[in-house]
Design a protein around this ligand. Structure first.
Ligand SMILES: [Zn+2]
Length: 152
């Protein structure tokens, strides 16, 4: 087999970015935040999305695909992916980046966070900072919410 054939080179180029891109991090919360920040910075033209949770008390940050048809301005996650993560982790927050504007939450962000009863963590590329929205009815314990707030 000739691996220098253009079709193989083309395949390698398609596969390469995915294998290079780290998609999950198991580390302390501070490093999970740093991980989200790096992911946001590596995608200046599209909002990135991730899940933050605890597995056996240990923080896990996991990137998921932004399924919004308008990923420059919105994000959407696959409900099944969300449920899968929820079944294996204590959910702490849903993360997404803002590529335009500040770290303030849009009405859509707030409504969606309220509906899923999970905090939203955002990183603004423009402001270079995180922000956290906590819904009124929230599934996350106050102790864990304080841990998140401490890192803003
Ligand atoms: Zn947003």
């Amino acid at each position: 087999m000739d691996w220098s054939h253009p079709i193989f080179i083309c395949l390698l180029e398609v596969i390469q970015p995915q294998t290079n891109m780290q998609e999950e991090l198991n580390d302390n919360l501070k490093n999970c935040f740093e991980f989200f920040k790096r992911q946001a910075m590596s995608s200046p033209s599209m909002e990135v999305v991730g899940f933050l949770g605890l597995k056996d008390e240990k923080p896990v940050a996991k990137m998921v695909k932004n399924r919004s048809p308008d990923p420059k301005n919105y994000f959407a996650v696959d409900p099944l992916e969300t449920l899968n993560f929820k079944s294996e982790h204590d959910f702490l927050a849903i993360f997404h980046s803002h590529i335009y504007g500040d770290s303030q939450f849009s009405e859509w962000d707030k409504i969606t966070s309220d509906n899923c009863m999970l905090p939203f963590l955002v990183y603004s590329l423009g402001e270079e900072k995180f922000n956290l929205y906590i819904p009124e009815a929230c599934e996350v314990s106050s102790v864990n919410l304080e841990r998140l707030k401490d890192l803003l």
